[in-house]
Write a protein that binds this ligand. Structure first.
Ligand SMILES: Nc1ncnc2c1ncn2[C@@H]1O[C@H](COP(=O)(O)OP(=O)(O)OP(=O)(O)O)[C@@H](O)[C@H]1O
Ligand SMILES: [Mg+2]
Length: 555
């Protein structure tokens, strides 16, 4: 896929300004006035000097003094307001962008997120979005301000000093404000994109290492990991070095060229004075305007250094926002209250890899269907399809006779819950982890669910009981304990259909017994599919289906 150009990216970013356009326009107006106030200080200063030298007399000293003071104060106030508005705009937009990214993550979840490197995502969410501040606070309005100020200054210059000086000034503006930034962008962009890429990859690698630190230690792979970490740090350092070098070179070049323009302007003004085309007053005024008008374009010449990073970051943020989820949530479909599930002739594969091939099954309230099959045969995949994490490729999945694609996603989740092979607990209290499944759960409800999941007594043994922080418990929570908290969530959620993927894989016989008994007790009001390798667990199933290696289900 062709990468979008910078102009397209700038346009996409600009479109996000939307309802904050007023702040941008106000910042442009105030910024332009601010620059003219700054030029005014010099111009009225020069006029005062001219008056001392007896060259002009139309304004009195007090008037000139008031004008200089007014311009100086005005400059300060106007600059403050401009900066305030620009940053208000920028940070409001960053907040909106974060919202959008989270919204995108919600859309993409859960199927697509599993593919994305988590460290990479973290970089998009934090550093990349933050980098866009440069675009909103230091690019959009400064460009517009530069255009307004330059146009105004050129008109002023043509009145004061005629065509030649105006042409020279135009040349200066174009060189410093357009040609040099363009050259800068050519020189910097590739390095900046490289840097951003290394930065995100480094984040991903670091997060991976932290998560896998136990395995790294146990397999004595620390030295190798460290070596790789050093290599990546070196890579990051080298691309940031390159960036700084190129940036330094560009700003030096800009200053040298600017000085060249200053000298050239002085020479031209003297020549014009000597040939009688300009008076002393015009020469002085013209040079003062000339020398004090490069502020806004100089701000532009510094842009590529910052913008190269910003566009690289924007590219990654916009790419995430544009990603299509594997399945679109259904919002205008139908709601249902579970009575039956019928799967017929279901086929599905990941890319070319066919996993399920013509699956048929039925499930009704009051039933537990056991699902058996060797590792990798597609049991978890089948359960995920029943929640439409992926788009099935053939056949039908019908709840109450309704095709799964016609059912509102929210209704599907209200009717069907899935206990996955890996319980992830959030860094919060046990109670709040339980409330994820049912936000308004009372203490009694939580306790009842935990009793069913054979975890209540364990929780009571903790110092802070239900208020214990999962993060602080760290390794104290065994896999089995985590699994049982996950099961308690499922009991709390209490949906009509419960899909259980290896719910007892980490449990001893005693706890397994308690949980199986609870499941059997719940059976009357629920329909369950129970995936397990354990014969002891599958004993509670009413029927057992075997998923064979060819993707077919035998009952
Ligand atoms: N996101 C994915 N992308 C590509 N292939 C996948 C993906 N998830 C699973 N697979 C593959 O699909 C096949 C079925 O996986 P699945 O997780 O459904 O097996 P399973 O029967 O649940 O195995 P286990 O008993 O080990 O949990 C496997 O070969 C697996 O490698
Ligand atoms: Mg599985």
């Amino acid at each position: 896929m062709k990468k979008p150009g910078n102009i397209k990216i700038a346009f996409s970013l600009f479109k996000l300004v939307d309802s904050l356009l007023w702040a941008m326009l106000a910042a442009i107006l105030l910024g332009t006035l601010g620059f003219f106030a700054a030029i005014g200080v010099n111009v009225f200063g020069a006029l005062a000097l001219a008056k001392i030298l007896g060259l002009q007399s139309s304004l009195s000293y007090p008037a000139l003094f008031a004008l200089i003071l007014g311009c100086g104060l005005g400059r300060g106030v106007l600059r403050y307001l401009e900066q305030y508005l620009n940053h208000y705009l920028a940070f409001s937009l960053l907040a909106r962008l974060r919202d959008k990214v989270f919204e995108a993550l919600r859309r993409l979840a859960p199927a697509k997120l599993l593919d994305q490197q988590q460290g990479d995502l973290l970089a998009v969410l934090t550093a990349d979005i933050e980098a866009l501040e440069v675009f909103y606070a230091h690019t959009l309005s400064p460009v517009a301000i530069a255009l307004c100020v330059c146009a105004g200054v050129l008109v002023l210059q043509s009145i004061v000093a005629g065509t030649l000086m105006t042409l020279l000034l135009t040349g200066g503006f174009i060189t410093i404000g357009i040609l040099l930034p363009y050259l800068g962008s050519k020189v910097l962009f590739a390095t900046a994109i490289e840097y951003r890429k290394h930065f995100a990859a480094f984040n991903a690698f670091l997060l991976d290492s932290i998560k896998g630190v136990r395995e790294i230690i146990l397999h004595q792979a620390g030295a190798k990991r460290k070596e790789e970490m050093s290599r990546r740090t070196g890579q990051l350092l080298s691309s940031s070095h390159q960036l700084s070098q190129k940036n330094g070179f560009l700003s030096a070049l800009t200053q040298i060229i600017l000085t060249g323009f200053y000298v050239f302007a002085l020479w031209l003004a003297i020549k014009q004075y000597q040939s009688g085309l300009l008076s002393v007053g015009s020469v002085v005024l013209s040079l003062v305007i000339y020398y004090s008008s490069f502020g806004p374009v100089l701000a532009l010449s510094a842009l590529p250094g910052n913008l190269s990073q910003t566009f690289a970051a924007a590219r990654r943020v916009l790419a995430l926002l544009a990603q299509k989820p594997l399945v679109e949530p259904v919002v205008n479909g139908q709601d249902f209250a579970f009575k039956s599930l019928t799967v017929s002739d279901l086929t599905f594969g990941y890319q070319e890899h066919r996993v399920l091939d013509g699956i048929n099954l039925t499930l009704a309230k009051g039933e537990i269907l056991g699902l058996q099959g060797q590792s990798g045969c597609g049991k978890s995949t089948l359960l995920k399809l029943l929640l439409r994490f992926y788009q099935k490729q053939g056949g039908e999945i019908r709840y109450n006779g309704l095709e799964i694609e016609e059912i509102n996603t929210s209704s599907l989740f209200e009717n069907v819950s899935l206990f996955t092979q890996h319980t992830t607990l959030l860094n919060d209290t046990i109670a709040n982890n339980l409330r994820l499944a049912k936000p308004d759960a009372s203490e009694e409800e939580m306790e009842a669910a935990c009793r069913k999941a054979a975890i209540h007594d364990f929780i009571l043994s903790l110092d802070s009981r239900y208020e214990s922080q999962v993060g602080l418990l760290g390794d104290r929570l065994s896999q089995g304990e985590r699994q049982r908290i996950g099961l308690a969530q499922i009991f709390l959620r209490n949906t009509p259909v419960i899909l259980l993927d290896e719910p007892t894989s980490n449990l001893d016989g005693l706890n397994e017994g308690i949980i199986l008994k609870a499941l059997v007790k719940e059976k009357a009001n629920h329909a369950m599919i129970l995936v397990s390798h354990k014969a002891s667990t599958l004993k509670i199933a009413d029927r057992i289906a075997l998923l064979d290696g060819t993707g077919q289900l035998a009952l």
